[in-house]
Design a binder for this molecule. Structure first.
Ligand SMILES: NC(=O)C1=CN([C@@H]2O[C@H](COP(=O)(O)OP(=O)(O)OC[C@H]3O[C@@H](n4cnc5c(N)ncnc54)[C@H](OP(=O)(O)O)[C@@H]3O)[C@@H](O)[C@H]2O)C=CC1
Ligand SMILES: O=C1CO[C@H](CO)[C@@H](O)[C@@H]1O
Length: 332
């Protein structure tokens, strides 16, 4: 496959630390970046990319075919609408947008212009999560009854200060909320990926418990899929990093799979199967070297080149996930 030529809108933390290496490791090329910050543009040039201060210049760069949008959440909409109108393929960071109406407008733009679009749900591409999905499909767990997810971190007020940035995550207007909107989309989409069906019913409680800002620093969500699988998600900004804070459990009538330290941006973690009859635990093999970001780049690039693979992406499914987030907040 010839290398996909990527552009990036918003060359901050996730773009620099995870996406740019992912593009390189996948054998693709980062050809252009746009970011208002001179430091970010210098970092992009050091990576061998052309650097622009504004989106129009990136759009006008004919070499760019796919664009990763990694701006703060409230800016996803304007970038995706402009990129869609220009016919660029788009991989846009989660949450789809800070507000539901923005996400609705984005989904409409994707449909109107017929572009390849995906929200960047990298957890779909973690090798351990792919193995879990395969084992569910092969019937190893029997009838799946429940999925339990913990995804947490410690996000204090000055979290971004060492990078010389202001912490937009604690501003409701720019983030759209707190820990719930930032972290729960990963789990909600992962449930969809693992089971091939969406959560339909949802309820949530939020807290502002340990941090000194107004957005929620923790949330508990419960959901039920169309076929009746129950899901629980505990997401938080108030969990010290040294504590266990990334866990995924899938429970069925024949056994249980537990993934530890797989939720996140990096490769590795551990996967254990426990047999429902004997209680015997067993390590499950998966590729511990491939990062979910690199795999995400590979999969998206492959779908660009092979239209048959595009069914894996659905802006309307991503919009459904945004609707779940909105309903979770409304109920909380
Ligand atoms: N999948 C995952 O695991 C992760 C996903 N994310 C998601 O990625 C997105 C970015 O997060 P993160 O990297 O932490 O944020 P950062 O603040 O580190 O980076 C955002 C970048 O966008 C730049 N920017 C601001 N306005 C514009 C604009 N109009 N056009 C282009 N660039 C702009 C910022 O510049 P300046 O600072 O000068 O304003 C900054 O360099 C969020 O949506 C977040 O939810 C984030 C982390 C992990
Ligand atoms: O998606 C994300 C996953 O991890 C980060 C922190 O650990 C989040 O803040 C981020 O937005």
């Amino acid at each position: 496959m010839d290398a996909v030529r990527w552009g990036i809108v918003g060359y901050g933390w996730v773009a620099r630390d995870y996406m740019a290496p992912g593009i390189r490791e996948a054998g693709h090329r980062l050809v252009a970046v746009c970011d208002p910050g001179a430091g970010a543009r210098a970092a992009a040039e050091a990576e061998g990319a052309r650097a622009y201060a504004g989106l129009a210049a990136l759009i006008a760069d004919a070499e760019v075919e796919a664009v990763y949008v990694a701006t703060p959440n409230h800016l996803h909409r304007e970038a995706v609408q402009a990129l869609a109108a220009a016919g660029k393929a788009v991989l846009c960071e989660k949450p789809m947008a800070a507000r539901l109406d923005d996400a609705e407008a984005m989904a409409e733009a994707v449909q109107t212009h017929g572009i390849v679009y995906s929200t960047a749900f990298d957890q779909r591409h973690h090798p351990a999560h792919r193995v879990i999905r395969d084992q569910i499909r092969a019937g190893r767990l029997g009838t799946v009854t429940a999925i339990r997810i913990v995804y947490a971190c410690w996000l204090h007020r000055d979290w971004a200060a060492q990078a010389g940035q202001e912490n937009w995550r604690i501003d409701p207007a720019r983030a759209g909320g707190g820990a719930l909107i930032d972290l729960a989309p990963h789990g909600l989409d992962l449930v969809d990926f693992l089971l091939d069906e969406s959560i339909m019913d949802i309820a949530a409680l939020t807290q502002a418990r340990a941090q000194d800002y107004s957005v929620d620093d923790g949330a508990l969500l419960i959901g039920r899929t169309g076929s009746g699988v129950l899901a629980s998600l505990n997401v938080a900004y108030n969990c010290p990093d040294a504590l266990p804070r990334r866990r995924l459990e899938v429970v069925g009538t024949k056994g249980q799979l537990v993934a530890e330290n797989t939720m996140g941006q990096v490769a590795g973690g551990r996967l254990t199967f426990t047999d429902g009859t004997t209680g015997a635990p067993e390590d499950v093999a998966f590729d511990r070297t491939a990062s979910p970001f690199t795999e995400q780049v590979r999969a998206f690039g492959s779908a660009l080149r092979r239209p048959a693979e595009r069914d894996a992406y659905s802006a309307s499914r991503d919009l459904h996930t945004m609707r779940l987030i909105a309903r979770a907040y409304a109920g909380a």
